[in-house]
Design a protein around this ligand. Structure first.
Ligand SMILES: Nc1ncnc2c1ncn2[C@@H]1O[C@H](COP(=O)(O)OP(=O)(O)OP(=O)(O)O)[C@@H](O)[C@H]1O
Length: 271
């Protein structure tokens, strides 16, 4: 593909008509990039990722994905574009009382008639594809286990397979390791990086952990208060820049005056 996979121009998001979560974001993402978005809580990372597939409706701006404006797409067109974007969630979003194989096959939902999924009539080819994906992430022995019986790390590996089942060109991962311990986080990130590289996919991941971002990203975007304040490589992300991304404007120190006659709990009163 020639040109960027994503071209975001003047993207803004205002929640409830007033809370500004994104301010005029302009950004291009090239095919095969592994982009990690970092920034403090409330910076707008999730909003940015979710605007890309219209899980959150942008207030202003344009998002050209694969040559088409996804920000204005509706109905069939939107479903078709979303079909090319796999999504991975912090809380996995698996069907807990359904087995691993069926959860992965659900990735096909957008591209098969409803009765195929309702009655579990997936083709042999689809089943084989799901099995091969699960094998890639080391879960070939858990096909018939219910999702609820898996560990968090295993659930997220199923989440990765479900996203890949769509055969997307873009993967969006919204805090994929925020609920995992460091070891499982590493396993999940290793697999995510491996499967996206092997398939030449573009990946955009939101992360809280700067060290993890530096280890995996080909490009890091720092967001602060709805704006991009850094865009560069892991090597370029210096300590000072990290401080700047995570630094919030200093709040005015509130002076708390003692209330006459008030005695705090546990406080001794000396006459
Ligand atoms: N549905 C919503 N309605 C109103 N305000 C929202 C909504 N979702 C997010 N916000 C606000 O928009 C801003 C950006 O939130 P967002 O979740 O995108 O940040 P974030 O960087 O992903 O934070 P975190 O790392 O904590 O998930 C925050 O001030 C948040 O309170």
């Amino acid at each position: 593909m020639k040109g960027p996979l994503l071209k975001i121009t003047n993207l803004s998001k205002r929640y409830d008509g007033n809370k500004i979560a994104l301010k005029n974001i302009t950004l291009e993402i090239q095919p095969k990039e592994f982009v990690v978005i970092i920034g403090p809580s409330g910076a707008g990372k999730s909003t940015l990722i979710r605007c890309l597939n219209q899980l959150v409706k942008p207030s202003e701006g344009e998002i050209i994905f694969d040559g088409e404006d996804i920000s204005k797409a509706k109905g069939k067109k939107l479903r078709q574009l979303r079909g090319k974007i796999g999504m991975i969630f912090q809380h996995y979003n698996l069907i807990s009382r359904t087995n691993v194989l069926k959860n992965v096959l659900n990735g096909k939902l957008g591209s098969v008639p409803f009765w195929v999924s309702t009655f579990g009539l997936y083709s042999q080819e689809d089943r084989l594809q799901a099995y091969n994906l699960l094998k890639t992430v080391g879960l070939q022995d858990s096909l018939y286990q219910q999702a609820k019986d898996l560990s968090g790390g295993q659930m997220q590996r199923v989440g990765i397979c479900r996203a890949l089942m769509q055969e997307p060109s873009l993967i969006l991962a919204d805090e994929p390791i925020a609920s995992l311990d460091p070891k499982s986080s590493e396993v999940v990130m290793d697999y995510l990086k491996k499967v996206t590289e092997e398939r030449d996919l573009t990946c955009i991941v939101n992360l809280h952990q700067v060290e993890v971002a530096k280890k995996y990203a080909t490009r890091i975007i720092g967001v602060r208060e709805g704006e991009i304040v850094f865009d560069g490589t892991s090597e370029e992300l210096s300590e000072d820049i990290i401080k700047n991304i995570y630094h919030l404007p200093e709040k005015k120190q509130e002076v708390i005056l003692p209330v006459p006659g008030f005695v705090a709990e546990g406080e001794a009163v000396y006459e």
